[in-house]
Ligand binder design. Structure first.
Ligand SMILES: O=C(O)c1ccccc1NCC(=O)[C@H](O)[C@H](O)COP(=O)(O)O
Length: 199
């Protein structure tokens, strides 16, 4: 089980996520209370060790612009969180892994399983809001070999999700924060402990 801590804006939070055993940290480059510049992300990226993945979150940004940020911020993977055409993902996949994020406002269209990407991230209706959704909507997507579940997760609800589904990974932002962009280290630790406890 892999954990991504998203919405990182501070070096100390990134280092703590790494120390606690997170597989990845996420930087939001789209309009958000957690938005960072490529320079801010680069300053954090260069202090992290080799085994933690730096993921950039983008919304409807053309591939050439995404790749400029990838270079500047030293990213290892990108997460496409908007309505990007499949060709944009294909163009990016030639250079680095792509995670396609889908917002769930109801039962998903199974066509999302066909989107060309290296992993599928299922998020709540308003990304980064901490808003949850009906987990029954995940059922048709559960067969995806690299399903990442996000959206309103927190240490208290995670065990129930993990008993029901065995996703490739989970992603959290609000559920481990003091306020947007500032992580709560105790809650990050509890989140990672909950994942380990579920094997
Ligand atoms: O976090 C944001 O503000 C954001 C804004 C625009 C696009 C994506 C954004 N977040 C990216 C994410 O990976 C997930 O939405 C997040 O980890 C799940 O959020 P939460 O429900 O707050 O745990």
């Amino acid at each position: 089980m892999r954990v991504k801590i998203c919405g990182i804006t501070r070096l100390e939070d990134a280092l703590e996520a790494e120390r606690l055993g997170a597989w990845a940290v996420g930087f939001v480059f789209a309009p958000s209370k957690r938005r960072v510049t490529p320079e801010q992300a680069a300053a954090i990226s260069r202090e992290l060790g080799p085994f933690v993945r730096r993921v950039g979150v983008f919304v409807d940004t053309p591939p050439e612009e995404v790749l400029e940020v990838v270079r500047a911020a030293r990213l290892d993977a990108v997460q496409l969180h908007g309505d990007e055409p499949p060709e944009w993902s294909e163009a990016l996949r030639a250079r680095l892994p792509v995670i396609k994020a889908v917002r769930l406002e109801g039962p998903p269209d199974p066509a999302v399983l066909e989107y060309p990407a290296d992993a599928l991230l299922v998020d709540g209706p308003r990304p980064g809001s901490g808003e949850a959704y009906d987990w029954a909507w995940l059922e048709p997507l559960a067969r995806h070999p690299r399903l990442i579940v996000a959206g309103g997760l927190h240490p208290e609800t995670l065990p129930r999700l993990l008993r029901r589904f065995r996703p490739y990974g989970v992603d959290v932002s609000s559920g481990v924060e003091v306020r947007p962009g500032v992580k709560d280290w105790g809650r990050m630790a509890a989140f990672l402990r909950a994942v380990r406890a579920c094997g």
